[in-house]
Ligand binder design. Structure first.
Ligand code: ZN
Length: 131
């Protein structure tokens, strides 16, 4: 039961008008939580971003239209650079293959940090901020 703010008598919870004094009763306005465009958390998106180019694009699309956290921005930047280096490494023989090993370790460490939810930039790669 709630109480009328005009006469102080008990009224029905859902009542819009007090049945004692006839005054309008303030109805409790439901607090509608502002939902983000996607329900996927930044942490999940940060991890998805490292799962191939498709994952990166997916993370980019799903986080589109909402405020990206510093964490997600870092993951997206790093994922993009790692993906580009990966593609470059495949195309260039010998030198590229050495690069692929470096890329693999960078990718693995970045993925571990993302899984831990850490906003920890990788050396060199983390300095390039695309997002
Ligand atoms: Zn009243």
């Amino acid at each position: 039961m709630k109480v009328c703010e005009h006469c102080g008598k008990e009224i029905y919870h859902a009542a819009a008008i007090c049945h004692h004094c006839g005054n309008k009763v303030e109805t409790e306005t439901e607090v509608i939580e502002e939902k983000p465009v996607s329900d996927v958390s930044d942490k999940t998106l940060g991890i998805i971003a490292y799962i191939t180019l498709i994952g990166f694009i997916l993370a980019l699309v799903l986080s589109n239209g909402r405020e990206r956290s510093e964490f997600l921005k870092l993951q997206l930047s790093q994922a993009l650079i790692i993906t580009l280096c990966h593609i470059g490494g495949i195309m260039v023989p010998l030198v590229g293959w050495v690069l692929l090993i470096v890329v693999f370790f960078a990718w693995a460490s970045a993925l571990i940090f993302a899984c831990q939810g850490k906003t920890k930039p990788l050396p060199v790669i983390g300095e390039f901020r695309v997002f």
